[in-house]
Ligand binder design. Structure first.
Ligand code: ROI
Length: 174
């Protein structure tokens, strides 16, 4: 029998969640890479901007034989599940010429990291949230504090407390 009723349920549409994205670049006009990435992220129909930090200049963490970085943090509202957000951010990294190398911690045109996704803890092969190592990274904590000073981070506690234990390590607001 042919039914006129739809046979599939409407997709579940959840409430938007807030997510924080760390942006970093140290190749090919880093400030422009960051600005372009912000525009591309906000072009997505299921993402809207909550806040964007200043740009920061930071010496490389890790191997020192690479240029200094430009860093920033973007807060968004999104309807995308965390993994779909990750896929989208990686597609932007690829569009902007990111070359994935076997060696870790090398120079890159663009790095987009999901730092926080709502107040969730996520442990998947491709994605760990909160972003591992964020508590030790001045180039993440200070821009994050600029746009969300009252933030409390799952497992890690108050952002303001984390800052107290994180030296600037040469970080400078541009
Ligand atoms: N160092 C700085 N200063 N900023 C970064 O965004 C950054 N990203 C990285 C490593 C190589 C760890 N160092 C960095 O992935």
């Amino acid at each position: 029998m042919i039914s006129s009723q739809p046979t599939t349920a409407a997709p579940h549409v959840g409430a938007p969640v807030i997510a924080y994205i760390g942006l970093g670049s140290n190749l090919q006009e880093p400030q422009q890479q960051i600005a372009l990435a912000r525009t591309r992220i906000l072009d997505h129909p299921e993402i809207s901007e909550v806040a964007f930090s200043s740009l920061y200049h930071s010496p490389p963490m890790g191997p020192q034989d690479q240029p200094d970085y430009c860093n920033a943090v973007l807060a968004i509202y999104t309807l995308l599940p965390a993994i779909a957000l990750l896929d989208f951010l990686q597609s932007i990294e690829n569009q902007q010429g990111r070359v994935r190398q076997a060696q870790r911690w090398v120079a890159r045109t663009l790095d987009l990291d999901i730092l926080l996704y709502a107040d969730q803890k996520i442990q998947l092969p491709r994605l760990t949230i909160p972003h591992p190592g964020m508590a030790e990274r001045a180039f993440v904590l200070y821009p994050l504090y600029e746009i969300a000073p009252d933030l409390s981070i799952p497992e890690l506690g108050e952002l303001s407390q984390l800052l107290n234990h994180c030296p600037l390590n040469g970080l400078q607001r541009i």
